[in-house]
Unconditional design. Structure first.
Length: 351
């Protein structure tokens, strides 16, 4: 354990913004020493039975996993997932027979656990976004703080890099991604300019793309402290990693996997993800709201909730002061009821 800790997309983006314009080719990469967000609260939030089966869907560098292991009994199991091979390699340092690491996207949680004979779990923790080791390594191409190859894949063993996508996507697709995932007001202008410029020279480096976006749209008065490429970089990263689809699928899988009384906790760092999680829990906790109010039904005919005890936790003021990145974090959690998951509304509809 290096003591370096995570920060996630939204928090990272804002942090980078404050150092806007600094695109150096000679990075002094110092991983940020840090605690995971809600380090103590999040593992406790998913704990139901000390000797149960648990999932850390986003191992990162294992801050939450290690704390969860301390809370669990000798008969417990903890299955951790990460799609990043470096995170998986870091997990091998955990020498604990109760712990297993799985290199897979969390959307495949149920299938990967089924291969290991696990059909039901007692708690699932998801701390979504990117980790500081990912952001701080220029070779991963997530950040324009330092120049590096335009990659942005969490799993570098598969899929298209950001450079490949930018070389191939048409202007309408680039505009949609920047608008939908980055809430970028100048999405159309940036997309058209990228398509015109790439004919001469493809975009290969984070620095090239960040400088190009800055020249294309200039600095906004509204987002004064923010680098003009911040929203675009967030959007491209979300698209390249299919982050919202991953989340929607994983929420459904978690609902299906959890035993009655088991808890799911999701920490998110920007509003797109938090909105999905909120709608997912709201819809499951209040299925009666989906029933047409004109249909007269007895209380006993109304659908049973899938979730109860829905909670929302923000990091304390002290944590935010110690760690500014915690400011944008929100943890939402809920407890699974007895109702079977079959036929439950999918989280895809929560977007
Ligand atoms: C914010 S960090 C988690 C930090 C972790 N809680 C800790 O204490 O170190 C998010 C991690 O989730 C991983 N991740 C993000 N999306 C994923 C997905 N769809 N499937 C599997 N892992 C994912 C990232 O690779 C990253 O390592």
């Amino acid at each position: 354990m290096t003591g370096t800790m995570q920060f996630s997309a939204g928090a990272h983006d804002k942090d980078v913004d404050k150092r806007a314009g600094a695109c150096s080719s000679a990075p002094a990469v110092r991983p940020l020493a840090h605690r995971p967000v809600l380090a103590d609260e999040a593992p406790r939030e998913v704990l139901s039975r000390p000797d149960g089966i648990y999932v850390d869907a986003t191992f990162g560098r294992g801050g939450h996993s290690r704390r969860l292991l301390k809370l669990l009994g000798a008969g417990a199991r903890l299955f951790a997932f990460d799609r990043d091979e470096e995170a998986v390699a870091a997990a091998r340092a955990i020498d604990d027979a109760r712990f297993s690491i799985i290199h897979a996207p969390f959307s495949e949680m149920a299938a990967r656990l089924a291969e290991r004979g696990v059909a039901r779990v007692d708690g699932i923790l998801m701390d979504i976004g990117v980790s500081s080791p990912q952001i701080d390594d220029p070779q991963r191409g997530f950040s324009f703080r330092f120049d590096g190859p335009l990659d942005m894949r969490m799993d570098t063993s598969t899929g298209m890099t950001a450079a490949e996508w930018i070389a191939r996507a048409d202007a309408a697709e680039i505009e949609r991604v920047l608008r939908d995932y980055g809430e970028e007001r100048c999405a159309g202008r940036i997309a058209r300019a990228i398509c015109a410029a790439r004919a001469d020279k493809p975009f290969a480096r984070t620095g090239e793309l960040a400088d190009f976006i800055a020249r294309t749209i200039g600095r906004s008065h509204k987002d004064a402290g923010q680098h003009p490429a911040t929203r675009s970089f967030q959007a491209i990263r979300i698209h390249i990693n299919g982050e919202l689809d991953e989340l929607a699928r994983a929420l459904d899988e978690a609902g299906m996997l959890l035993a009655p009384g088991g808890r799911l906790a999701v920490i998110s760092f920007h509003s797109l993800e938090d909105r999905m999680v909120k709608r997912f829990f709201d819809a499951g906790a209040h299925p009666e709201r989906a029933v047409d109010a004109r249909i007269a039904l007895r209380q006993s005919d109304l659908p049973e909730p899938l979730w109860r005890d829905v909670r929302r936790v923000k990091p304390s003021r002290a944590e935010c002061e110690e760690n500014p990145r915690a400011r944008s974090a929100v943890m939402r959690s809920a407890c699974r009821t007895e109702r079977s998951w079959d036929g439950a509304a999918s989280a895809g509809g929560a977007r």
